[in-house]
Write a protein that binds this ligand. Sequence first.
Ligand code: NDP
Length: 327
Amino acid sequence: MFKGILITKDDAGYQAQVQQIDNAVLPEGDVTVRVEWSTLNYKDGLALTGSAPVVRRFPLVPGIDFAGTVTESSNAAWKIGDKVVLNGWGVGETHCGGLAEMARVKGEWLVALPAAFTSRQAMAIGTAGYTAMLCVQALEKHGIQPADGEILVTGANGGVGSVAIILLAKLGYQVVASTGRLADAAHLKALGASTVIDRAELSAPGKPIGKERWAGVVDTVGSHTLANACATTKYRGAVAACGLAGGMDFPATVAPFILRGITLYGIDSVMAPLEVRRSAWARLAQDLDLDKLESMTREISLDEVPAIGQQFISGQVRGRLVVDVNR
Ligand code: NDP
């Protein structure tokens, strides 16, 4: 038996509860990991509350991320004692995840914990931080330089947004943070934003094309916010779209694409190939300011997790939450 969160759906309804879980619940996989730290992302909030059909099998341990130590392996790439990180691959959705003391997965899903990080720091980064790096790398690959102008980051107080701000600022970009929580402007500036704007400026239906402002955009919000961001991106600029915190729709026109030659990059962390993950984690090890990361990270115990899911849906979580699964 091991302690963890189990999501069940039956006559009693949809429930996420901390409990002792039988080892038999662990799915097939060639590597078993003693989880040290996990974390909560927006998608975990959806899974814990059942407010979107993220969980596809019941009963299931949620948690799309974990970091820990290999305790059993029949995969040649991993041996007992290896420190590993897992992000995505449907773990916490169709395959039992990281919000428990034990996990069993396919070895090919794992990345070695970078020497630069403890397992707690890797989870303070989590899928949110690794996705922020994928967005930054998309803008870099596009050729956007700090001298090209401002980079807009939407959902700035969220996990992806906050890490994107820290990374972009470190790389010398001028960051404009868009948030619904203007009271947190000083915090966002401490992370590296040079300007903080009210997300209401972007969230209402806008014009097909507007005044050019952004050299690049990291968007975690979707819907009108993404449409307006595209409409105000400078000639040949780029937008990295990774989120839907404000809605899954994209009520835009082709005008910014055909008149300004802007590029919209879709960012997916879940099924990203291993070389993409390794590259993102290597860049995080090189470019992430760990003191700033810690300043926006809060630690919680496994017992506190079920009650927090709803806070993601209502946009109340700030920064990153790490979960001590052994507490
Ligand atoms: P968080 O909940 O930590 O952050 C989301 C932020 O979005 C909030 O903090 C809030 O920021 C803003 N927000 C929330 N609700 C609304 C709303 N109705 N309208 C406008 N803004 C809103 O989530 P994460 O950072 O973990 O994830 C952000 C998004 O990215 C999610 O949609 C998630 O599913 C997606 N994602 C996608 C990945 C991928 O692979 N494509 C991977 C990781 C995340 P503020 O208070 O500053 O306004």
